[in-house]
Design a binder for this molecule. Structure first.
Ligand code: COA
Length: 259
């Protein structure tokens, strides 16, 4: 049997997906894409799982980009075909459960785009970030030119994508590319603590909250605010809203049903 390119573990209500090609710095090849999508389908359908953590195997790398070996000699339409199936990046951004990137090392090219598709990014102090495609005669192809300006502002995105230069974790935190930086040996514990605390909330409410925030990437502000208000009112139809409010008033912990 061939080694899985993506490992799937459960830790309580948290699913951990680990890109497992450490000798290639976890570069994303088509096997990683196919296996990730299959795992995500399983996780989406499993009510015992409330959040996903994505990381890379080994000490050195989160994901060092798309597998450059697969680009050599490829014709445009072959590349288009390879990118045709639902892209992991878009599936993660629209995934019905929160997805957290645990960035343990090199976070480059498609790896940085993968991290940007996640909902929250936690990074080790040793992590390094970049969009080095320009050095290959390429541009980012996994949403980087669109997601990066939204996350870090146009100037910072231009600097990273046009120069191809790498930045460290502190700089990534400063510009908003990551949300928290942790000592390398504390990264797993901190990420799992955050993921578990999120996964313990009402899955239904998490889904609606994520949907409302993702909509802000597409909608003009007035439409977005109207959409949020509609979703807020829709929450008044759920058992979890009745339970959450009752639990607060009765000074007890809420027991979520996901309904
Ligand atoms: N695609 C395919 N293989 C990759 C890879 C990628 N994106 N990134 C690293 N690897 C492979 C290397 O070819 C090497 O394989 P080998 O041992 O069979 O020769 C192995 O992973 C280890 O990488 P190496 O370059 O020896 O490590 P390093 O510490 O010297 O350098 C990097 C680390 C990240 C600076 C360097 O690997 C690199 O620049 N990678 C490409 C990053 C990139 O351009 N990503 C965007 C792709 S669109």
């Amino acid at each position: 049997m061939t080694e899985p390119a993506v490992l799937f573990q459960r830790e309580g209500r948290v699913a951990i997906l680990t890109v497992n090609r450490p000798d290639k710095l976890n570069a994303l090849n088509s096997q990683v894409g196919t296996e990730t999508l299959a795992h995500l389908e399983t996780i989406a359908a499993d009510d015992d799982l409330g959040a996903v953590v994505v990381t890379g195997a080994g000490e050195k790398s989160f994901v060092a980009g798309a597998d450059i070996g697969e680009f050599a000699g490829r014709a445009p339409f072959d590349q288009r075909e390879a990118m045709r199936f639902p892209r992991v990046f878009d599936v993660m951004a629209g995934f019905p459960k929160p997805v957290i990137a645990m960035i343990n090392g090199f976070c480059l090219g498609g790896g940085c785009e993968l991290a940007m598709s996640c909902d929250i990014r936690l990074a080790s102090e040793k992590a390094r970030f970049g969009q080095p495609e320009i050095n290959l005669g390429l541009i980012p192809g996994g949403g980087g030119t669109q997601r990066m300006p939204r996350l870090v502002g146009m100037g910072n995105a231009m600097k990273m994508i046009l120069s191809g230069e790498m930045i460290g974790a502190e700089e990534a935190l400063r510009i908003g590319l990551v949300d928290e930086v942790v000592a390398p040996d504390a990264l797993r514990e901190r990420t799992l603590a955050l993921a578990s605390s999120i996964a313990a909330k009402s899955p239904l409410t998490l889904r609606v909250a994520k949907e409302a925030m993702r909509a802000s990437e597409q909608l003009p502000i007035e439409d977005g605010i109207r959409y949020e208000r509609d979703l807020f009112c829709l929450c008044f139809s759920t058992e979890d809203k009745a339970e959450g409010v009752a639990a607060f008033l009765e000074k007890r912990k809420a027991a979520w049903k996901g309904r």
